[in-house]
Design a protein around this ligand. Structure first.
Ligand code: A2P
Length: 337
């Protein structure tokens, strides 16, 4: 089998580290591996498949002979280095939001629109984590009944804000238990024993940045420019895995029974829906998994052709690292690199 030279930009970060784990788990056909980060981490040793690798500083000449770049660094880093990597002959799978709205850049969830990878011109974007979780959950329902509208509330884990989010929750719980005042830094307010209905900056009509992503990205991924999404994003004091309450309005009616049948066979989905035994998706169960757990499937009693469901998914894995590796697998399978 052909093997590929892979580089990871941001290999020391939360998503980059998870990418390494997933490349190993899925036995990705790697010839050479180059691990890149900032100058701060250059020289750090990282183990992969029993072999020691040294982190290098990301530079303009880092991409010679690289076939696929997995970019797990923030927007500015991706904006700078992705075009350089493409020029050097690599295909970039980018986890940042830098290129998601670019018409020349496919935005891909392999289970949903994997065939869009074929249109790539060097860069393929990974969607926002909440978008990937929601659209993987409703993909088969959309294929059956075509979704016109979604009303979504997200319950997003503190690790979505990086390692600092986890540290802040831990520290605040500790301080509160000792009767001390809490420090607030990563989030806008105290997150311990609280929920915060703000992720990102506000726009002029009262939505926060994260809340517009599902509509903007959903339209592109589902090839449905008329899709309407009303989303409220909430940060919750959960370590890992995002949950979402999703109402979908479809062109064709889908009964809850039909929805469960479709979801039970849906790629990337695990149906967990057994109310008699108190079984439904929860972030604790979805963590460290690639499947999006879906349950609480029921009729929307306030509307026609409308269903309600609840899902939980690991935002670091399927919401970021696994989805990127799956895109790379499509590149390999379809000989697009
Ligand atoms: P570093 O560890 O050297 O700072 P996270 O989102 O988990 O904080 O991860 C961000 C990733 O992006 C890290 O691997 C980080 O490396 C990397 N990074 C930050 N700044 C740069 C840069 N200027 N060039 C390349 N990688 C960077």
């Amino acid at each position: 089998m052909k093997k590929y030279n892979i580089a990871i930009i941001g290999a020391t970060g939360a998503v980059g580290q998870e990418m390494l784990k997933i490349l190993e788990e899925r036995n990705f056909p790697i010839k050479d591996l180059k691990l890149l980060a900032s100058s701060r981490s250059a020289g750090t040793k990282v183990e992969f498949k029993g072999k020691e690798y040294t982190i290098e500083e990301t530079k303009e000449d880092s991409f010679e002979n690289i076939d696929i770049v997995l970019c797990a660094a923030e927007n500015e880093i991706s904006e700078k280095f992705s075009p350089i990597a493409v020029k050097a002959g690599a295909v970039v799978v980018d986890n940042s939001s830098a290129f998601r709205s670019n018409d020349n850049v496919p935005l891909v969830i392999p289970e949903v629109n994997g065939e869009d990878v074929k249109n790539h011109k060097g860069i393929i974007a990974n969607p926002n984590c909440s978008t990937t979780i929601a659209l993987t959950a409703v993909n088969e329902l959309n294929k059956y009944g075509k979704i016109k509208r979604m009303i979504v509330t997200t319950f997003q884990a503190v690790s979505g804000a990086g390692v600092n989010g986890i540290k802040e929750l831990d520290q605040q719980v500790k301080d509160i238990s000792q009767g001390k005042d809490v420090d607030v830094d990563t989030f806008q307010h105290q997150i311990a024993y609280n929920v915060i209905p703000q992720i990102g900056h506000a726009d002029e009509v009262g939505y926060f940045e994260e809340e517009m992503k599902l509509q903007i990205e959903g339209r592109k991924i589902l090839h449905n420019p008329d899709l309407k999404v009303n989303c409220t994003c909430v940060r919750v004091p959960v370590y890992r895995s995002h949950s979402e309450s999703i109402t979908i309005e479809t062109e064709k009616e889908i009964s809850p029974e039909k929805a469960r049948e479709l979801l039970s066979k849906a790629e990337g989905v695990k149906l967990v829906d057994d109310l008699d035994n108190n079984m439904y998706p929860m972030p604790l169960n979805a963590t460290d998994q690639d499947l999006i757990y879906v349950g609480r499937v029921r009729k929307d009693i306030s509307g026609d052709n409308s269903l309600v469901l609840w899902c939980s998914g690991d935002q670091v894995r399927k919401g970021a690292a696994t989805n990127a590796v799956q895109i790379a697998e499509v590149l390999v399978k379809e000989n697009l690199v």
